[in-house]
Design a protein around this ligand. Structure first.
Ligand SMILES: Nc1ncnc2c1ncn2[C@@H]1O[C@H](COP(=O)(O)OP(=O)(O)OP(=O)(O)O)[C@@H](O)[C@H]1O
Ligand SMILES: [Mg+2]
Length: 172
């Protein structure tokens, strides 16, 4: 599968990560699947919080929970799926995630690299990594036409907003 479009961004603080999330949330459409990878504390939930705000979700909570799927209602449904605690493919398959992943809401999947085989081939992959206490590296890879379009729109909004001071965005 081609990586049709990719974008690399350095976020300087949690607020900037959330702002990227807000833009993503605003640009999201029915059925979009956003996959997040990165270690503990990489900022996956922080980004998701922004996505929720971008979808006009009021009651988003990032408090710890043992639920694998959390559902929120805003402009569209948001399904926040966290695969961290799941060890086995069988456990994941038992959850019947397909109803979410191929449904009409937006799915954000944390720890998507735990079980890539159960996830749709077309998606926006966001790999997050730690640079320093307040900086994070975000690599976006679009798989499929819809996500290339989404990513190119995100890129143009971020460039527009930041002008020369730029979010450090590079596309390939
Ligand atoms: N630039 C940044 N972007 C995002 N978070 C940042 C940034 N700088 C510092 N942080 C801090 O890093 C932490 C990120 O936590 P978060 O819960 O989002 O990580 P996570 O990737 O979801 O981890 P987990 O795998 O445990 O769910 C927060 O405490 C946040 O304040
Ligand atoms: Mg998290």
């Amino acid at each position: 599968m081609n990586n049709d479009y990719s974008l690399h961004i350095i976020s300087d603080c949690p607020k900037q990560t959330q702002n990227i999330g807000i833009k993503l949330g605003r640009l999201s459409q029915e059925g979009d699947v956003l996959l997040l990878t990165g270690n503990l504390g990489a900022g996956k939930t922080c980004l998701t919080q922004g996505i929720a705000r971008g979808l006009d979700i009021q009651e988003y909570t990032s408090s710890p929970s043992f639920m694998v799927v959390k559902e929120y209602y805003g402009r569209l449904h948001l399904y926040h799926i966290d695969l961290y605690r799941l060890e086995q493919t069988a456990e994941i398959l038992d959850l019947g995630l397909d109803d979410y992943l191929y449904g009409e809401g937006i799915c954000v999947v944390e720890w998507a690299d735990r079980e890539p085989a159960v996830l749709p081939e077309e998606n926006l992959l966001i790999k997050m990594s730690y640079i320093s206490d307040s900086k994070r590296y975000l690599e976006f890879e679009a798989r499929g036409e819809r996500y290339s379009e989404l990513l190119s729109e995100l890129h143009s909004q971020l460039s527009h907003q930041n002008g020369d001071r730029g979010i450090n965005a590079v596309s390939y």
